[in-house]
Write a protein that binds this ligand. Structure first.
Ligand SMILES: [Zn+2]
Length: 193
């Protein structure tokens, strides 16, 4: 579903104004709210490198804009992955394995429970692992692909350009739309005295 203005449908004038205002600004597609547990686990089995730190960086790329969700990583092993076993186990798992589609990674989620599992191909190089994980986490958060080639949710990875490591404006707008607002991390705080 493309970003729409259905929330304003009862106020036609406002609806029209807002739709014109956002017409060119949003190109993400919303795949639906995924009421996931905000914790992802990483299973290193099958990885030919010590990739945990890069996986964590990809997961945490969303930390500063998810409001009710705080995407963070814990280590785990042996957890079931919906993408390769089809099993629900209650954990959001990032693990390694080939997929028959030949994609860099695939994300599988269960709408009923919200469990979201990511399977990364060991043949992901020369793409940047951090970008792959951050993109797939975007799917877990409810985003589909974007029509904006600058977006993290653009469906392909151009290898002749610097990797996109953080959610871009279109991605951020998508998550904010899904969750009804954006949490933005404070870079500094001040106290009363
Ligand atoms: Zn994708």
């Amino acid at each position: 579903m493309r970003k729409g203005c259905s929330a304003f449908i009862l106020a036609v004038t406002v609806w029209a104004t807002l739709c014109i205002a956002v017409k060119e600004a949003f190109s993400y597609e919303v795949n639906g709210l995924h009421p996931i547990n905000p914790v992802f686990s990483y299973d290193p089995t099958g990885s030919n490198i010590d990739a945990g730190a890069l996986v964590a960086e990809g997961v945490n790329a969303w930390n500063d804009i998810t409001r009710s969700l705080t995407v963070r990583l814990t280590s785990a092993s042996g957890a079931a992955n919906l993408c390769d076993t089809g099993k629900l186990d209650g954990y959001n798992t990032i693990s390694w394995g080939y997929n028959t589609l030949g994609y860099l990674a695939i994300t599988c989620w269960n709408l009923r429970t919200g469990e979201c599992d990511i399977l990364i191909s060991p043949n992901y190089e020369p793409a940047d692992l951090r970008q792959i994980v951050a993109h797939e986490i975007g799917h877990c958060l409810g985003l589909n692909h974007s029509a904006d080639s600058n977006a993290l949710m653009w469906p392909t990875v151009p290898l002749n350009a610097p990797p996109v490591l953080l959610p871009q404006a279109d991605d951020r707008n998508g998550v904010c739309a899904i969750y009804g607002g954006c949490y933005r991390a404070y870079t500094s705080v001040s106290y009363d005295n």
